[in-house]
Unconditional design. Sequence first.
Length: 251
Amino acid sequence: MAGCVGCPTLVMAGGGTRQTLPGTINAFTPPPVMRADNPMAVPPPSGAPKAATPTATHPSPSAPPAAPDRRAFLAIGTGVALAAAGAAGYFLHQPDNDRQLVFATLHDAMREAERLNAASVHALEPATAWTWAQTLVHCAQSIEYSLQGFPLPKSALFQNTLGAAAFKVFALRGRMSHNLAEPIPGAPALDAQATDTSAAMARLRQAVQDFAIHTGALQPHFAYGALSQSQYEQAHAMHLANHLSAFDGRG
C-alpha cells in the first residue's frame, strides 16, 4: 500500500520496509486560530511557557516650558504703571487745605460761586496759586471750549484710555482732583494782574447760560474725549467744585 505523502515509511531488505525520516523538518507555524493575538485562539496546554507580551514604548515626556522671568514681568508692569501715572498726573493732584466741595449740577456750583463772589473771597493757601479772577476766567474757558472746541486736545489714544478712565473715576466718586495751577492747553494765558472780578464773574455766568441753552453737538473734552450733555454738565460742575474748594469767603 502506498504511504501517505509526508508520512515516514519502513523499507526492509527482501521486500520489507524500514522507517525513513524526512531529510528536513520545517518549523511549525501555528494557524491564525491558535495565535495568542487572536481572541479565538486555542489556549496553550497547562505548563507551557507563555509567549512574551510586547511592551509598548512611550516617548519620554518633553521638559515643561520655562516659566517667564517674574522679575522681568514685574519690571515691565511697573514701567507701564509709572508711565500711566505720569501721563495722568494732571488728574492725580490733590491740593492741601481743600474744602472738597461736591456739586451735582452747574446750578449748584454757580450758587457757591455767587456766594464767594459776594463775600470777601480769599484763596486757601497752598491750595491754589491763582487769584479769584484768574480762577473764574479759567472755569469760563472750560465751558466755552466745550461748545467751540478745545485749542489743543490730547491724542485720541489718551482720551480713549487714561482720559476716559479718569472721568469714570471722578464721576463715580462725584468729584475730581487736578492741578489747580494747570491752564487749559492752548488757552490764552491768564492775567495774574487782573483784579476785575466783576468782568470775570460775568464771563462765567454767560458761559454757563450758553451751555444751558445749547442744543447742538458738544465738542470733545480735551482730555476726557466725547461726552454727552449730562456728562459734560457733571464734568463742568466737578471742575468748578475743585477750583471753588480752594477759596473761602468771610461773610
